[in-house]
Structures are given as structure tokens and as C-alpha cells.
Design a protein around this ligand. Structure first.
Ligand SMILES: NC(=O)c1ccc[n+]([C@@H]2O[C@H](COP(=O)([O-])OP(=O)(O)OC[C@H]3O[C@@H](n4cnc5c(N)ncnc54)[C@H](O)[C@@H]3O)[C@@H](O)[C@H]2O)c1
Length: 271
């Protein structure tokens, strides 16, 4: 009988930032595929809601309050997960995002850059992926196998105006993805994979102000993005799920160090 390469029902998958717009969509989907989903987030209220939603649909999940910038909390999370399930197969580093203070306004320039906000956005997006990787890869290495999926962004591939800090951080996430693919495979063997998803433009809470006016109409920036997107529309959160499933599953067994772009053609297109 042919093996189903996409069967992920035995996987224990940890998702940081799992209560976010994209993270929760991922958690619900993966639980729907039979995987055990461990949601780590600093928002305990949303965490409890998400756990209940997964439970109602018959899925297996655990919510743990966390902070991706605090190594000792992450180590406690690791201990709790191993106690409950005995292993961690996959880590999805989905905590991240831009911050309003780190965006350069249209009437500002680089000389107005708020360095504190710049550092915060790099902290969350870069170190908020590096630290969980260090902590959870330890359990993977001890088990002899593991799979890490980072979330980069279109801004990692091409600098976008106004979001210097976010772009720098996501470019570093893309670089770290490739670095870790080599690091884990060279030092611990071919049972370890590290890849990233690079979502294009999806309207969510973190970019709504940049892309829409209060009445819902598109800003000039949104129109410019759409003019540069061969599909001519923004992505829907659920359109990331197939690519995520592929990276989580054995269908991508020989894939490591790749950045899988999901953007309606934005990155491929010039004029
Ligand atoms: N939304 C988009 O269009 C888009 C595009 C490209 C990439 N991304 C990336 O996808 C990922 C998910 O984006 P999203 O839109 O779901 O973001 P979101 O803002 O909706 O969710 C982020 C989640 O992370 C949690 N979080 C924040 N700081 C944390 C911390 N220190 N410790 C633990 N949890 C923390 C928040 O509570 C929230 O639940 C991010 O890395 C983002 O940069 C998003």
C-alpha cells in the first residue's frame, strides 16, 4: 500500500505565537489533521479560547503561557510538554510581527528612526525565533529527529519601504533558517530539518493600519502592493496551510534550508 506522505497524525507540534491571526489558523488546521498541537503564547485568555475550540472539534491540544524572549520560561514549557507527550516533533516559530513604533511614517525619514522600537522588533522576530529554537532543538537532538519551521516574510526577500526594523529582523530569520539547516544536519545528522515560510501580504491586525483606512478602503500602500502582485489580491490566512502541512510532513523529507514563498507572485514579479 502507498504511504500517505502527508499523514501528520502522530506529530507533536509546538507553535509559538499560536494565538495570533496566522498562528491560530495553523493550530486549528494542524489539530484538524490529527496532530497534537501545543500552543505557546503570552495571551492566556486567547489561549484558553483556542484550546476550547480545538477540544470542541475533537482535536488534541495543550496551551502553555509563554514568552519567546525568556529562556527559563521556555525551558519550563519544554519540561511540561515532554512530561505530557514525551517528545517534540515540530516547532513552528510564529510569534512575531511588526510594531507601530518601528514603522517610519510617510512624513519621516531614517533620521527619525526610533531605535528602541527598532530593537524591540528585532528582539521579537529574531531572538524570539532563536531562543525557542535553542530550547526545543535540545529535545529534538536528544530524540534524534526534529523539524523547525520559521515564519519569515516578503520583507525578508525584498526591502519594503517604511518597515526597516521588521525587514532587517525577517531577513535575519531567513538567514538563520539556512544557518540552522546546516548546523543541525552537519552536527546531528539528516533527521533534522529547518525551513521557513515567507508569507506575502495578508491583511491582519499588525498591518491593518498600513493597508486600510478606518472605513476599510485601501491605502495607497495597499494599492501599490496589489499593483505589484500578479494575483491582484491579498492572501487569505488559510492559504498558508497547505505549504505549512507540506513542511511539517514527510512529503518534504529531503527539504531543508528552504524559504517557501506564499505571495500570489509578488516576489517573482518585476514589471
Ligand atoms: N500577517 C501578515 O500579513 C504576515 C505576513 C508575513 C509574515 N507574518 C508573520 O507571521 C507570524 C504570525 O503573524 P500574525 O499575523 O499571526 O501575528 P499576530 O500579531 O496576530 O500574532 C502574534 C502572536 O504572538 C504572540 N506573542 C507576541 N509576543 C510574544 C512573546 N514575547 N511571547 C509569546 N508570544 C508572543 C501574541 O500574543 C500573538 O498571539 C509573525 O512572525 C509575522 O511577522 C505575518
Amino acid at each position: 500500500m502507498l504511504q500517505n506522505l502527508f499523514d501528520i497524525s502522530s506529530r507533536v507540534i509546538v507553535i509559538t505565537g499560536g494565538c495570533g491571526v496566522l498562528g491560530s489558523e495553523m493550530a486549528l488546521y494542524l489539530a484538524g489533521q490529527g496532530a497534537t498541537v501545543v500552543v505557546l503564547d503570552r495571551d492566556a485568555v486567547k489561549g484558553a479560547e483556542l484550546r476550547n475550540r480545538i477540544k470542541k472539534m475533537g482535536g488534541k491540544s495543550l496551551f502553555l503561557e509563554s514568552d519567546v524572549l525568556d529562556k527559563s520560561i521556555l525551558e519550563q514549557n519544554r519540561q511540561d510538554i515532554l512530561k505530557s507527550y514525551g517528545k517534540i516533533d515540530v516547532l513552528v516559530n510564529a510569534a512575531g510581527g511588526n510594531m507601530p513604533g518601528a514603522t517610519i511614517a510617510t512624513d519621516q525619514s531614517i533620521f527619525d528612526l526610533d531605535m528602541e522600537a527598532f530593537k524591540k522588533v528585532v528582539d521579537l522576530n529574531l531572538f524570539g525565533s532563536v531562543l525557542p529554537t535553542m530550547v526545543f532543538a535540545r529535545a529534538m537532538v536528544d530524540a534524534g529527529t526534529g523539524n523547525i519551521i520559521n515564519i519569515a516574510s516578503e520583507s525578508a526577500l525584498r526591502p519594503l519601504t517604511r518597515v526597516a526594523g521588521y525587514g532587517a529582523a525577517k531577513a535575519a530569520v531567513a538567514n538563520f533558517t539556512k544557518y540552522m539547516a546546516g548546523e543541525l544536519a552537519l552536527k546531528f545528522g539528516s533527521g533534522f530539518r529547518v525551513n521557513a515560510l515567507a508569507p506575502g501580504f495578508f491583511i491582519t491586525d499588525q498591518n491593518r493600519n498600513l493597508l486600510t483606512h478606518p472605513d476599510g478602503s485601501y491605502t495607497d500602500r495597499a494599492r501599490s502592493i496589489l499593483a505589484h502582485t500578479p494575483f491582484g489580491r491579498f492572501g487569505e490566512a488559510h492559504e498558508l496551510l497547505g505549504s505549512l502541512h507540506y513542511l511539517v510532513s514527510d512529503a518534504s523529507r529531503f527539504v531543508t534550508g528552504s524559504i517557501l514563498v506564499v505571495d500570489g507572485g509578488f516576489d517573482a514579479f518585476s514589471i
